[in-house]
Design a protein around this ligand. Structure first.
Ligand SMILES: *Cc1c(COP(=O)(O)O)cnc(C)c1O
Length: 230
C-alpha cells in the first residue's frame, strides 16, 4: 500500500512529540496498528516497515489473518467485543485482551488459558461517557470487578481501556481520558496482589495525542495508518 511506511513513521513521530511535550518517555507509549478489515498483505507491509503490534476486533477475521501473516515477531491485541464462547480462540491468538468487562468473561479466559499453560494478560474495559454502549464496566464498578477477578488463575490484569463517545474536537475527549487515568490511580493505590495497573489503552486516530498527554501507554490507531474502512 502506497505510503504505508511513511504514515507509520509519521504517527510514531507524532507519538514521540506528544510524549515529550507531556514530559514522558516515548518508549512508555506503544503504538497498536488497528488492522481490522485490512488484508494480511497490508499487515506484512506494516511489519516490514517496523510495526509489531496489531489490533483486531473480530475473532474469526483475526484468526485467519494471524495464521496467514505468520510472523513470530508480530504481537496481536484483541480490542473488540469478546463473547465468552470465543474465549478459547482469544487466548490462543492474542497477547493482550483489552475488553474484559465481566467476571464471567475473565473466568472463561482463565480456564481456557490454563488449558494451554498460558498466563493471559488482560485489560478491563471501562465505559466512560458513553451511556449507550453495551461494552465496558461502569466507572464505579471497576474497583470491585478488579478485586473479584484478581484471584482467577492464569489471567493477569495489566490495566484499563476505554473508548470515549465520538466528539467533534479531540480536546473534548480529554476529560474522559483523565477519568480513566484517575480510576487507574485509585485502583493501583489499593495494592491488590497480582494487579499491575501500568497500562492505559486510550486514544485512536483522531485523539491519540490528547490521550498521550493524559497518560496513555497504548494507543490504537487504524485509519491514520491503513486508511478508511469500508
Ligand atoms: C477500530 C478501532 C480503533 C481504531 O480507530 P481509528 O479511528 O480507525 O484509529 C481503535 N480502537 C478500537 C476499540 C476500535 O474498534
Amino acid at each position: 500500500m502506497d505510503g504505508l511506511k511513511e504514515r507509520i513513521a509519521s504517527i510514531k513521530c507524532r507519538i514521540a512529540t506528544a510524549a515529550k511535550k507531556a514530559g514522558r518517555n516515548t518508549y512508555d507509549v506503544r503504538l497498536i496498528a488497528v488492522s481490522k478489515k485490512k488484508s494480511a498483505e497490508m499487515v506484512i507491509q506494516a511489519i516490514e516497515a517496523g510495526q509489531t503490534i496489531f489490533g483486531e476486533n473480530y475473532i474469526q477475521e483475526a484468526a485467519s489473518k494471524i495464521e496467514e501473516v505468520s510472523r513470530p515477531e508480530s504481537s496481536w491485541h484483541f480490542i473488540g467485543h469478546l463473547q465468552k464462547n470465543k474465549a478459547k480462540y482469544a487466548v490462543r491468538y492474542f497477547d493482550l485482551i483489552h475488553t474484559v468487562d465481566s467476571e464471567a468473561l475473565a473466568s472463561e479466559l482463565g480456564k481456557n488459558a490454563a488449558k494451554i499453560n498460558k498466563i493471559q494478560d488482560i485489560l478491563i474495559q471501562v465505559r466512560i461517557g458513553d451511556e449507550d454502549s453495551k461494552s465496558g464496566v461502569e466507572p464505579f464498578k471497576v474497583a470491585e470487578l478488579v478485586k473479584n477477578i484478581s484471584n482467577i488463575e492464569n489471567i493477569r490484569i495489566k490495566g484499563l481501556m476505554t473508548i470515549p463517545p465520538p466528539v467533534e474536537n479531540p480536546e473534548e475527549a480529554r476529560a474522559f481520558f483523565r477519568k480513566l487515568k484517575n480510576i487507574s490511580d485509585e485502583i493501583r493505590a489499593n495494592n491488590i496482589p497480582g494487579v499491575l495497573m501500568d497500562e492505559l489503552s486510550m486514544g485512536m486516530s483522531d485523539d491519540f495525542e490528547v490521550a498521550i498527554s493524559e497518560g496513555a501507554t497504548l494507543v490504537r490507531v487504524g485509519t491514520a495508518i491503513f486508511g478508511g474502512r469500508s
